[in-house]
Design a protein around this ligand. Structure first.
Ligand SMILES: [Zn+2]
Length: 165
């Protein structure tokens, strides 16, 4: 069964949890049901898809690991030079040989062809402008939610997430 989006008391998304944990929160009256998928768990208890905590909780910032998979996800699995979705690699915008770092702001998704064409140059030197300037993803939750939404599941979460494409 599916995952449940947990909203803070302020209606901001807080985390993603299992339906079991969500049901426990509802039964303990720590949360209220916001959306359900119409499936009945037992005796008129619909299975939740979005719940909201009754008490506001403070959220610590969580670092997102800089991995190939996460960079591809951030960039929508699209070459940031030509828009290709095939043969994707990770490109250092400022090449490592020129002091470019392993950092969110300096890595981008590039297809093999663009990566080879760009070679050991900056985008400016290679006259290959980036379609999007690489940035650090602003929250790990936002990141997780977009993965779910891009997978075509939990569409009903979308309205609780601001600025999500
Ligand atoms: Zn390309």
């Amino acid at each position: 069964m599916g995952k449940v989006l947990v909203l803070n008391a302020s209606y901001e998304p807080l985390n993603i949890t299992s339906w079991r944990r969500a049901v426990v929160l509802l039964l303990k009256e720590k949360a209220e049901q916001v959306e359900h998928n119409g499936r009945i768990l037992k005796s008129s208890f619909p299975l939740p898809t979005v719940i909201r905590l009754r008490q506001y909780v403070q959220v610590p910032y969580k670092e997102i690991p800089l991995t190939r998979r996460n960079v591809l996800h951030r960039d929508g699995h699209t070459c940031q030079y030509c828009g290709s979705k095939e043969d994707l690699t990770i490109d250092h915008v400022v090449p490592r040989s020129k002091g470019g770092e392993d950092a969110w702001e300096n890595v981008t998704t590039a297809c093999v062809r663009c990566n080879i064409k760009k070679g050991n140059r900056t985008p400016k030197e290679a006259a290959m402008p980036l379609t999007t300037m690489p940035r650090r993803p602003h929250s790990s939750l936002h990141f997780e939610i977009t993965k779910h939404l891009r997978g075509g599941i939990n569409e009903e979460w979308r309205k609780y997430v601001i600025g999500m494409s």
